[in-house]
Design a protein around this ligand. Structure first.
Ligand SMILES: [Zn+2]
Ligand SMILES: [Zn+2]
Length: 166
């Protein structure tokens, strides 16, 4: 798939999300069909149109994503960005900038587990905290507005608490 078309398809998926300005501890779900995900996902980086976001897809949606015809593409009008105020300390902002600068879609192809963006810990170990949903990887989902670009991070609880104290 050519890179430009892939970005448009990722934008189509992300344009349907309703991200929260408040950080949320919750399970990972497929970005396209909402299926709970445990062991990992197919990770695709949307790096255009005001987003820097990893889209996590289940196996079924990863295949559909790569093969569905162009005519199905439909971008929903974007979410309001003004709710996503930057609220981190200056030092935490530089840490978050360094994390996002390291993201490399070419190094993350195929199926991969969920890991904390700060310490690298696997996030599937968080599952037994929620007996109602034993089959989901869980972590902090944190959206940030960096000069108008929306960036989403994923953290383990220890790293999230650490960032808030920086
Ligand atoms: Zn899916
Ligand atoms: Zn961590």
């Amino acid at each position: 798939m050519i890179a430009e078309l892939k970005q448009i398809r990722l934008q189509e998926i992300v344009s349907r999300w309703e991200p929260h300005a408040e950080a949320e501890f919750r399970g990972f779900r497929c970005g396209r069909c909402d299926e709970p995900l445990l062991e990992g996902a197919y990770h695709h980086l949307l790096d255009s149109s005001g987003y820097l976001v990893w889209v996590h897809l289940c196996g079924h949606c990863d295949r559909t994503f790569k093969t569905e015809p162009d005519s199905e593409l439909e971008i929903v009008p974007g979410i309001s960005r003004e709710h996503f105020h930057p609220f981190f300390s200056k030092y935490a902002e530089t840490v978050l900038d360094r994390i996002a600068a390291r993201w490399n879609p070419a190094a993350r192809t195929g199926f991969g587990e969920f890991t904390c963006d700060l310490c690298g810990a696997p996030l599937s170990t968080m599952r037994d905290r929620h007996p109602n949903f034993p089959t989901m990887a869980r972590g902090w989902h944190v959206w940030r507005n960096k000069n108008g670009v929306l960036i989403e991070y994923h953290f383990c609880s220890a790293s999230w608490e650490h960032l808030l104290k920086l």
